[in-house]
Design a protein. Structure first.
Length: 131
């Protein structure tokens, strides 16, 4: 069972095709103060996007561009105010993506924390990461 203190932490949906990579990154994100729900884009993704009350989305670079576009469109349709981040080594920011996050764990957490502080959000659900 989840402790009530865990439920006060921001919930991140992490979506990607590589389960091992998602598990590793989820561990880093949990240490940084997030709850993480890993989703397979081919299984339960659409239902979770519609039903879960999440604070942010992290898309893995393992998604192909057409999957990423379809998922981003679905997120913006159902949760238009939720930021969508892409973990990638590239510089360009595709349509619908709030920001690119670096692949290196320490940089990912630092950049995500900084970006979340800059985003205009509902003050009652402002995501904050542990430092």
């Amino acid at each position: 069972t989840r402790r009530s203190s865990d439920l006060s932490k921001p919930l991140a949906l992490q979506i990607g095709d590589d389960p091992a990579l998602l598990r590793t990154r989820a561990g880093v994100l949990r240490l940084a103060g997030l709850r993480v729900l890993n989703l397979d884009p081919h299984m339960d993704c659409a239902e979770a996007i519609r039903k879960e009350n999440f604070d942010l989305v992290i898309l893995c670079h393992s998604l192909n561009p057409s999957e990423r576009k379809a998922i981003t469109t679905l997120i913006h349709r159902h949760k238009p105010r939720v930021p969508v981040f892409l973990v990638s080594g590239s510089e360009g920011c595709p349509d619908g993506i709030t920001a690119i996050l670096p692949c290196q764990p320490q940089n990912l957490v630092a950049d995500l924390s900084l970006l979340l502080r800059k985003l205009p959000t509902d003050p009652t659900r402002q995501p904050h990461l542990a430092h």
